[in-house]
Write a protein that binds this ligand. Structure first.
Ligand code: MLT
Ligand code: ZN
Length: 484
């Protein structure tokens, strides 16, 4: 049976009906009001929308989705609009409606016994982290854009970040989920059970679906005990091989203590030092590469500091680490983290850059960095590879910054050559072309090659079953289907 698309109706009538549900402040149609919702933060994608909707709760969202579906209007879910891959930006047809989740921003409850938090989709990650901290617990997911990124988007993209090495990705923190399906029906899966073997784990379908299967509206998140002792060190190393050796040294002794293990190149660190106010390297000399390691434990009295000092002293004796500094206060900890967290911003200020959010098995990170650096330099002389990221889980942001003497446009015209050169190496190392940022509209062309055959075909069948008219976030994840 072939699905018949609903006939598109004139937006004017639809807008009138939407206004009745959401009120005048819930529907934006003036170009200047819609602009911020039609561009991504990297300024790479510029779309147009016929309206931006701002529902306040699941009931309103369900009603407007039902209407949009009946009118055959495509919908683009948007959270904090911090996607690195254009995942929340409309196309330029002017037919799509952006549905912004920011007003659904309540924390519905924190349970200290279950150690869970129930959030609405529009709660910013930082707000959720702070609420967990105030309740004496920890929401163990941390990313550079946590001030703006929202919980719905975090789940829809299965965000990772700095703590994946210990607690996993967003997927692993999710207990229960509520979503509005593409036809407006509400999927009620807000259960908080550790054991619930009742068929398919449908909630997980929405995680990583990047808004192509519906809208995540509420979620129950597993929290962790708040750390009582935390130690952060910045270490200078000769190269990624040294960084890997240090990771193995910590892991061999106590993997459960490693809260973050981050790699930074000398080039990336120099850009942070140069371009970010208040950032300064607290080591004697700049180094070819750096590691930021954070250890933490919820058990007081473990003398974590002595443990960290012991591992670092041994690593220095063996020549793995050439210099290191340990934070002595919370302010110093924040200053060390600033050197890592400002990498993306510094690279943005340094000119045009191409991001390769890739992952490989941890032991292959040094080979990835060495080979991809060489490949990019062979491709464009003067290019500035500035790889950094989550070495502890194998996810490296192999970002490259334009040569100083090359116009940004000419550099960006080579984006796909760069991405393909890096991807070839990643594939050779059994990695993935998208580790934590998702596919969005930047990488669908890679899906056929990397996830083709039964894998992509199964994804398409799921998509068609839930969204037969293709109204949810069109153009994201899926490459155009080959004609049958
Ligand atoms: C990060 O870990 O800071 C990001 O995912 C940023 C990036 O790739 O630029
Ligand atoms: Zn990252």
């Amino acid at each position: 049976m072939t699905a018949v698309s609903p006939t598109p109706t004139a937006p004017a009538r639809l807008l009138e009906e939407l206004g009745r549900i959401l009120g005048p402040t819930g529907v934006l149609t003036a170009a200047r009001d819609m602009d911020p919702f039609c561009t991504d933060w990297r300024n790479l994608y510029h779309g147009r929308a016929c309206a931006v909707l701002r529902p306040a709760d699941t009931h309103e969202l369900s009603a407007v989705v039902r209407l949009c579906a009946a009118h055959g209007v495509p919908m683009v879910p948007q959270g904090g609009n911090t996607s690195m891959v254009g995942g929340a930006t409309p196309d330029d047809s002017g037919r799509e409606i952006v549905i912004c989740m920011s007003r659904m921003n309540r924390i519905r409850g924190i349970d200290p016994h279950e150690m869970t938090m129930e959030v609405e989709a529009g709660v910013p990650l930082k707000v959720a982290q702070d609420a967990a901290r105030e309740a004496g617990m920890m929401l163990p997911l941390s990313i550079s854009s946590e001030g703006s990124a929202q919980m719905g988007g975090i789940l829809a993209t299965n965000a990772g970040g700095n703590n994946t090495v210990r607690y996993g990705n967003a997927r692993e923190l999710l207990l229960g989920l509520e979503a509005v399906l593409p036809d407006g029906e509400v999927f009620h899966g807000l259960r908080r059970l550790r054991k619930d073997n009742t068929g398919y784990a449908l909630r997980q379908l929405f995680v990583g679906s990047e808004g192509t299967l519906g809208f995540i509206t509420r979620a129950i998140i597993q929290l962790q005990p708040a750390p009582k002792e935390v130690e952060v060190a910045l270490c200078a190393v000769e190269d990624a091989q040294g960084a890997l050796a240090l990771f193995s040294a910590f892991r061999a002794l106590d993997p459960a203590l490693i809260q973050a293990f981050e790699y930074m190149s000398g080039t990336g660190m120099a850009l942070v030092n140069e371009l970010i106010a208040g950032a300064s390297l607290p080591l004697e000399q700049p180094a070819p590469a750096y590691v930021l390691v954070e250890l933490a434990t919820p058990r007081p009295g473990t003398d974590l500091r002595a443990f960290m000092e012991g591992v670092l002293a041994d690593a220095m004796e063996k020549g793995i680490v050439t210099d290191a500094v340990m934070a002595e206060s919370e302010t110093q900890r924040a200053n060390l983290w600033k050197l890592r967290e400002e990498h993306a911003e510094a690279q943005k200020r340094a000119g045009a850059s191409v991001k390769n959010d890739v992952s490989v098995p941890v032991a292959r990170v040094p080979e990835l960095i060495a080979r991809a650096t060489q490949a990019c330099m062979d491709l464009i002389p003067g290019i500035r590879p500035a790889p950094f990221g989550h070495l502890g889980d194998g996810n490296i942001h192999f970002n490259v910054v334009q040569p100083v003497d090359m116009p940004a446009d000419a550099f960006l015209a080579r984006s796909h050559d760069i991405m393909d050169a890096v991807a070839d190496i990643v594939r050779d190392l059994d990695g993935s072309f998208s580790a934590e940022h998702g596919v969005g509209q930047l990488k669908p062309y890679m899906m056929a090659e990397w996830r083709g055959g039964a894998e992509l075909a199964t994804m398409r069948r799921i998509k068609e079953a839930l969204d037969p008219h293709g109204l949810m976030n069109p153009g994201k994840i899926f490459p155009p289907a080959a004609p049958r």
